[in-house]
Design a protein around this ligand. Sequence first.
Ligand SMILES: Nc1ncnc2c1ncn2[C@@H]1O[C@H](COP(=O)(O)OP(=O)(O)OP(=O)(O)O)[C@@H](O)[C@H]1O
Ligand SMILES: [Mg+2]
Length: 292
Amino acid sequence: MTDQASTLRKRFSQNNQKSHRVDSARFRSLSITSGKGGVGKTNIVINLAIHLAKLGKRVFLIDADLGLANIDILLNIAPQFTIEDVLMGKKHINDIIIEGPMGIHILPASSGISEMQTLSGKQQMSMLRELANLKTQYDFILIDTGAGISSNVLRFNAAADEICVVTNPEPTAITDAYALMKIMSSKYQVHHFNLIVNQSGPAESKDVFNRLVRVLNKFLTVNLELLGSIPRDPNFIRAVKQQEPISLSYPNSPAGKAFRKLAMNVTDPSGGLMLNDKDSSFWKRLGSWKRN
Ligand SMILES: Nc1ncnc2c1ncn2[C@@H]1O[C@H](COP(=O)(O)OP(=O)(O)OP(=O)(O)O)[C@@H](O)[C@H]1O
Ligand SMILES: [Mg+2]
């Protein structure tokens, strides 16, 4: 697995040789997050990454579910080094990035290490600063957060340009999605969110979206956009068992097609994703941590 470091170094130097610079207007970092666990975040982030890569975008996928990493399992890859090695000062961030399907770059996390779930503010901050340095290399940085309202989850969300909250149509998941937006809005002054409704058809997703908007309008100053919906699809379970993303193994399945549409919405500003104030987001929110 010596490849893990050398492949990426090669890639970075190739990028530099071409003096390739990502057009900052196109750059977006998106966190895929949820209040309730198990609603489909990791599968969504992986399949979205694959479709963005198919559209020619350079994608960086961060497994920010620290201590309970899943991206490596779902992609059937076995990273030798993880974010943990970076935090312990053993590795530089560039040395642990690995290349996944469709050329997407992945920052792997570790599993079964409880300390990773309770990083200090200083550790979180230094990691996010390092990640910010990489942003010129990519068109999209996708962040798969853990579920819930732990400080790791909140701070990765706070650092992203855009936050996509995932829910399914179950009342518990919807309530937890609301709770997460409420905390992000009160603690980190985030007032715009995107919604992905998983395991749901378009009509039901619209209904879930409308229900959330009604509650948000009543109690918070928050704007919500419906970014997409992914249907319940039996091919999903097959793909997960095969450890291959559904967008590659069953591209024409209902969920496979929905992921293609989701990627189009993400890349097309008129298709759903409404950017926050891009210039201010990352650094302004990093600054706001100090007050929280
Ligand atoms: N649209 C879908 N149709 C059918 N099954 C799905 C769908 N989306 C997700 N699943 C199933 O739900 C399970 C949980 O998905 P996933 O691991 O992506 O959720 P998660 O939100 O990342 O969970 P966690 O909070 O634990 O990180 C998976 O086993 C997957 O097979
Ligand atoms: Mg997950």
